[in-house]
Design a protein around this ligand. Structure first.
Ligand code: CAA
Length: 284
């Protein structure tokens, strides 16, 4: 199935990034958000990002102009032309009830052959799929922040996802300039199952006084060649998001090795959430 149009639901950091790469790939792209303030911020952010990519020689200016023309904000789900939409990518906050309530609304409009994808980083694809009307056409399409710069899309297959859906999503990811890699549906998939214990351990090292935050980050940058240290990365992702993913890993895999560091909890309680609150492991 060739996909010509998409609706991205959620216009936060991830949703706007996904919409940008979809529009750049030539898809008519509607972005919907119930929060009108967040939605209006998405257009300016995408235009700024496209201009930056042009400035750096990473994108031809004609492609950026075409992307701007393909990109449409919608304040209501009545606005898009649903007959053209081959895939909806949901990128709202990590809450099972909120996501499944949204699917009910989407499904009543979505073509029966269209795919429903979630950008969830921690909720079971199989469980979300089972709450939808199309488990065989439900899939995880997990992008990485900042979406326009990161090449990977983790493609997560739920227990009932069919081969055509996996293949269609892989070819769509390639059209978006991304490298899709498949994995099965297990808590944290691959990326967060491996990344979050490292961030958690860095928080334990800080809490136990092994080194200062700056030193922990520099050791991992200079010693392991990471582009940013684990605590800087936690600030970038959001300390609350990291804690939430660790809680899912700990609960659903039942292994004490995923026990969230108490310092993460303390920081979330204090509102030290990282870059978005101007204070996390570092100050911004
Ligand atoms: N669009 C366009 N440009 C952008 C951008 C965007 N959305 N976001 C950042 N940039 C630009 C910045 O403005 C900056 O430009 P200047 O150099 O002109 O100031 C540049 O990108 C970033 O500067 P760097 O020197 O850091 O650039 P870099 O190219 O060397 O690396 C990076 C950038 C790829 C983001 C790198 O820092 C990196 O790999 N960081 C780690 C990111 C990461 O691990 N992300 C995954 C998080 S986990 C996740 O997302 C999933 C989950 O489930 C939690």
């Amino acid at each position: 199935m060739t996909i010509e149009a998409t609706i991205v639901i959620g216009s936060g950091t991830m949703g706007r990034g996904i919409a940008q790469v979809a529009a750049t790939a030539g898809l008519t792209t509607w972005v919907y958000d119930a929060n009108s303030e967040q939605l209006s911020g998405a257009k300016a952010a995408v235009e700024k990002s496209l201009s930056k990519l042009v400035e750096k020689g990473k994108l031809p200016s004609e492609t950026a102009d075409a992307a701007k023309a393909n990109f449409k904000l919608c304040a209501s789900l009545d606005e898009p032309d649903w007959s053209k939409v081959g895939i909806v990518v949901e990128a709202i906050y990590e809450n099972f009830d909120a996501k499944t309530a949204l699917y009910k609304d989407v499904q009543s409009r979505l073509r029966p052959d269209a795919i429903l994808a979630s950008n969830t980083s921690s909720i079971s694809i199989t469980k979300l799929a089972a709450a939808s009307d199309r488990p065989s056409k439900f899939i995880g399409m997990h992008f990485f922040n900042p979406v326009p710069l990161m090449s990977l899309v983790e493609v997560i297959r739920g227990i009932d996802t069919d081969d055509t859906t996996v293949e269609t999503v892989e070819s769509l990811a390639k059209q978006m300039g991304k490298n899709p890699l498949r994995c099965n549906d297990m808590p944290g998939f691959v990326s967060n199952r491996v990344l979050m214990p490292m961030i958690n351990e860095a928080a334990f090292a800080l809490m136990e006084g092994v080194a200062e935050a700056e030193t922990i980050d520099e050791i991992m940058k200079q010693g392991c060649n990471f582009p940013m240290g684990p605590l800087t990365l936690a600030d970038f992702i959001g300390v609350d998001v990291c804690l939430n993913i660790l809680e899912v890993l700990h609960r659903d895999l039942g292994d004490p090795k995923f026990r969230p560091c108490p310092l993460l909890r303390k920081m979330v309680d204090a509102g030290h959430l990282g870059r978005k609150s101007a204070r996390g492991f570092h100050k911004y």
